[in-house]
Design a protein around this ligand. Structure first.
Ligand code: DON
Length: 568
């Protein structure tokens, strides 16, 4: 009976896996993203002669239509580009604090953080960056006009698309959660008559906004009727964004951070993301470790990685923030010497309690608990073209559906990215992440992110494009995909789809995904002193790797979340 059951489960699992495209192979271009429509938008642009940057802009706008939980024009993100000629560029279109923001804006008179004030409603909204960022990417490294690359998204908004189960589920959830946010419920929940899976979802208001952007570029969004409506809608819910804030928003070109792990070049996102620095710093700490005889996800393995992760997140809490406002010791944190120093107290047989891993000499951060969690959403996609140009994009409204404020009459949601600041030094945000002076709120500053769009290259040629959503788990997710491939020889599809675990220094626990740690391994870890906490929803990785046998590209969507890919 047991054998039959196992066989049955295997068949069901395989069928489900096939339905969600296990891996995709292409020689001329591959796109891996949350929705099939968005992947197809990218492929359409590639087929018309566009490069990976053109396709990435098309995918981004398409996700703003098909994936309103995270795809956006009212949020922000990061685009990492590796052009075939070797140029490496990071485009920062992270949201900025409004000019009227101030350090204590989320505290009450007694200096306590007011729950939810930085998470829902107008004060949670940062000045959106996506439209400016996509334009900057197109201007600097694209080859097509905005008019063309926005076409697929506008068509999806006008003609609609079939609502998949996961989106219908999210809309149903939003219908209850967004009580009082009437425009949000009107657009996404049909005023309470929730959408069923399989229905067609048309967004005429969003189509109108996209057309304005298509015609006028940044001016169509950051000035004029859309900008006016953004100011009004956010202020209706207590927000402080002004037309000046919108007019002055700029996306920035940044120099990616670059490291080296076992001969591979690791290119990733610099501040205002913590992702690149923390990722490279963890890889540096891991490089002296030998994994040859270590069993994957054995107690020994989990101990090694958890100890590395803890140290990097402790450093994150003190040293990382917007480098335009805080002097981030980037070179030091990225150096192999620092990694050696950081691991000096590592003992391969025991736990180092988080209490004794204070970031350098800061001893004031003990005893902080993770506050309640809810559904979370960000989205990552990867693109490669026939010339070998590669693009890695992570974009977000922060939490699922952002601040819940939809811009009246224009059909799009505003982010709740202000929660990524440290509302009060030493207090955790909604991801349990602790920040300090480096990430304190200041007018026009960019809040610290964990988003980690990353590209790996060997001898100057791209071999992996990777990134993930998942709040604080983003960085350890990207780390584990790279680690699975480099140290355990997994093909990209396995590296993306095996379960993961996570330690972020505070709280002092190992979070683990379903099936990640076997019960007897847990006993061994607990005997060492680790506390283990289950966690669902480990970030949807959407990766592409160079195929060593056939020479083309393999797209690996995350099957845990029914993600997609397309190729040609
Ligand atoms: O920038 C950040 O790190 C967060 N705003 C990302 C949020 C996120 O990933 C939500 N969930 N998947």
């Amino acid at each position: 009976m047991k054998i039959i059951c196992t066989l049955f489960i295997t068949i069901i699992f395989s069928a489900a896996a096939l339905a969600t495209q296990p891996s995709i192979y292409g020689e001329n271009g591959v796109v891996v993203a949350h929705d099939l429509e968005a992947c197809e938008a990218g492929i359409e642009i590639l087929k018309k002669g566009g490069n990976a940057v053109d396709a990435a802009v098309a995918v981004s706008y398409a996700l703003a239509v098909t994936h309103p939980q995270a795809g956006n024009i009212g949020g922000g993100g990061f685009m990492l580009i590796h052009m075939a000629d070797g140029q490496k560029v990071a485009i920062d279109y992270r949201e900025m604090a409004p000019g009227q923001a101030h350090r204590d804006m989320f505290l009450d008179d007694s200096g306590k953080v007011v729950p939810q004030l930085s998470v829902r409603g107008g004060l949670a909204v940062g000045v959106p960056g996506t439209v400016a960022g996509l334009q900057l990417a197109l201007d600097k490294h694209g080859s097509m006009e905005r008019k063309k690359v926005m076409k697929p998204a506008i068509k999806l908004a006008q003609k609609g698309f079939t609502i998949p189960y996961d989106l219908a589920y999210s809309f149903g959830w939003l219908n209850k959660a967004a009580e009082g946010f009437d425009e949000t419920r009107r657009i996404f929940c049909r005023d309470g008559e929730i959408y069923m899976p399989g229905e067609t979802f048309k967004q005429p208001d969003l189509a109108k906004t996209l057309k304005l952007i298509q015609k006028k570029g940044n001016a169509g969004f950051y000035t004029g009727p859309v900008a006016e409506a953004m100011v009004k809608s956010s202020s209706k819910y207590g927000g402080k964004i002004s037309s000046q804030d919108l007019m002055n928003y700029t996306a920035k070109i940044r120099k990616p951070v670059i490291g080296n792990y076992r001969g591979l070049e690791v290119i990733s996102m610099p501040p205002p993301s913590s992702g690149g620095i923390a990722l490279i710093s963890m890889l540096n700490m891991m490089e002296p470790m030998v994994f040859d005889s270590v069993g994957w996800h054995s107690a020994q393995h989990i101990q090694m990685i958890a100890e590395v992760e803890k140290r990097a997140y402790a450093d994150r809490s003190v040293w990382l923030g917007d480098s335009d406002y805080f002097d981030v010791p980037q070179d030091k944190l990225l150096s192999k010497e620092y990694a050696t120093l950081r691991m000096a107290d590592y003992d391969s047989l025991t736990i180092t309690p988080s209490d004794s891993i204070y970031p350098l000499n800061d001893k004031d951060l003990a005893g902080i608990e993770l506050i309640g969690q809810e559904s979370e959403e960000t989205t990552h996609f990867s693109v490669v073209d026939k010339w070998g140009n590669a693009v890695s994009v992570t974009t977000t409204l922060n939490w699922s559906f952002g601040s819940y404020v939809t811009v009246d009459g224009f059909g799009f949601l505003l982010n709740n990215e202000m929660d990524d600041f440290s509302s009060k030094p030493g207090e955790p945000n909604s991801f349990g992440l602790i920040g300090n002076e480096a990430n304190a709120i200041e007018p026009k500053k960019r809040m610290l992110s964990s988003m980690t769009p990353t590209i790996l290259a060997q001898d100057g040629k791209v071999v992996l494009i990777v990134g993930a959503p998942g709040g604080s788990t983003i960085i350890t997710t990207v780390l584990q995909v790279i680690h699975n491939m480099v140290d355990f020889g997994m093909p990209v599809h396995d590296a993306v789809n095996v379960p993961r675990f996570h330690h972020q220094w505070r709280p002092d626990v190992i979070h683990y995904g379903p099936g990640s740690i076997s019960p007897d391994t847990m006993v061994l870890l607990e005997a060492m002193g680790y506390e283990l906490v289950p966690r669902y929803g480990y970030g949807e990785v959407n990766a592409i790797s160079r195929d060593k046998i056939f020479g083309g590209w393999v797209g690996a969507p995350d099957l845990k979340t029914a993600s997609h890919g397309a190729a040609y």
